[in-house]
Design a protein around this ligand. Structure first.
Ligand code: HSE
Length: 439
């Protein structure tokens, strides 16, 4: 027998419309497979008059999320409002009312995950959030459930499709950053305001969620190094390629020997022979290394109407099964199944300044005798080893590029050395520093 469940969509942008459209037109397959049909009883929008390509009956629309809580037949709320204000209030109110929540809100979970899951635990209400990281890729369920027996050694993720598209076009077509960004905007990949795509903020939110699933606690956004791709130039792509690397905006998450957790989001040189180096365009990929599973790789579309709706619909079915189990077992759900497990196996997050990496440095300098020596001395004074150096012949003008590949050093040490280097009168612009990572 097929069971009908009342739901609400809070937010009706790209993903909300995709979910509604699917439920209207393709729900027979879902009903056959899952035993559930979802009845959208209310939709929260900001603007009632907006023209929409997916047009539900206007009687479903409301501008107030509070209305959802007045309808006892709404059992699951799909939060796609975005932001961290109304969405936060809605999720807290939904949990307190015993309703289940499906959300794609990475910023909210990254910034308030600790509080949200503490409340979820208090009320025994699970939260479903597959759509929050990497669109249609089932990485949340995999880390949380399939890999539950693993100690996760590391996670490397290409988590922002817009950045990856821009870097891929710079790489393949020789475009400069601005032209590649303009292309991404024209094709509708970049958000109307692409700030969080290109400054690493969006990838950082996703990295925090993955780190929480792997290590059982919520790393603070302020504590991690987040560098976006704005500083990547065609020259960097060229130098990296000649050295045998591609540049990716990479989230690197790992447990260190002392069980502290390292999370970094930065432009990163990875060997062009590595699998992640061939992840191009708007695609996302996540490489997980666990002590049991070894290496596992996830690849797919990290954004867009259908892929993200795919994750939301999967979560709706999970939520429906949780509701059914609650009915069968009567008095409450399985304790602790809130879809996030706090635990204390790992200590704290390591300060960004203490995280070690190899680095790619590019400096614009005066083309004068002694310049290379001065810079190498300052790196040496900071005990930063130079693995290789390139100074291409400068054919015109009085400035030259200097590129260094370094051995391992802490980010604090490299930053300090670069501060001193930048003060040299022969250094003409802010040094560029990207990570180099073996993946
Ligand atoms: N704008 C994001 C991206 C998708 O480009 O990957 C939503 O997080």
């Amino acid at each position: 027998m097929i069971k009908s469940i009342g739901i609400a969509l809070a937010g009706f942008g790209t993903v909300g419309a995709g979910v509604f459209d699917y439920l209207q037109h393709q729900s027979d397959l879902l009903a056959e497979r899952s035993g559930f049909r979802f009845d959208v009883r209310s939709i929260v929008v900001r603007d009632l008059k907006k023209n929409r390509d997916v047009a539900p009956p206007s009687s479903l629309f409301t501008t107030s999320w509070r209305d959802l809580l007045k309808d006892p037949e709404i059992k699951i709320i799909v939060e796609l409002l975005g932001g961290t204000t109304d969405a936060f209030d809605l999720i807290k109110a939904a949990i307190e009312s015993g309703r289940m929540v499906v959300t794609g809100n990475k910023a909210l979970l990254a910034e308030h995950g600790q509080e949200i899951f503490a409340l979820a635990k208090k009320h025994d209400v699970p939260i479903f959030y597959e759509a929050a990281v990497a669109g249609g890729i089932p990485i949340i369920q995999s880390l949380r459930d399939a890999f539950v027996g693993n100690r996760i050694e590391s996670i490397h993720g290409i988590l922002n499709g817009t950045s990856n598209y821009i870097l891929s076009r710079m790489q393949e077509a020789g475009l400069d950053y601005k032209a590649a960004l303009a292309e991404a905007a024209e094709l509708g990949y970049a958000e109307a305001d692409p700030t969080f795509d290109v400054n690493g903020g969006d990838a950082a939110h996703k990295a925090i969620i993955l780190a929480a699933l792997a290590y059982g606690f919520w790393v603070k956004l302020e504590a991690i190094r987040v560098d976006g791709i704005e500083a990547v130039t065609a020259a960097d792509i060229f130098f990296a390629r000649n050295l045998g690397y591609n540049i990716k905006l990479l989230a690197t998450i790992r447990s260190a020997a002392d069980d502290s957790i390292e999370v970094t989001v930065a432009p990163t040189l990875i060997s062009k022979n590595s699998v992640l180096a061939s992840v191009n365009g708007v695609f996302n990929a996540i490489a997980v290394k666990g002590d049991l599973v070894g290496d596992a790789l996830f690849y797919g579309r990290g954004a867009g109407r259908k892929p993200t709706a795919s994750s939301v619909i999967g979560d709706l079915v999970e939520a429906a099964f949780a509701l059914k189990s609650e009915k069968i077992h009567g008095n409450g759900r399985d304790k602790g199944k809130i879809n996030f497990s706090f635990h204390s196996l790992y200590g704290t997050s390591r300060a960004a300044a203490d995280i070690c990496s190899c680095y790619y440095l590019r400096l614009t300098v005066e083309d004068q005798p002694g310049v290379l020596g001065k810079i190498a001395t300052l790196l040496g004074d900071a005990e930063i080893g130079i693995a290789s150096a390139i100074q291409p012949e400068s054919l015109e003008g009085s400035e030259a590029s200097l590129v260094f590949m370094t051995h391992q050093a802490s980010y604090g040490m490299i930053s300090l050395a670069l501060e001193k280097i930048q003060k040299l009168s022969c250094v003409k612009s802010k040094p560029v520093v990207f990570n180099v990572e073996a993946v």
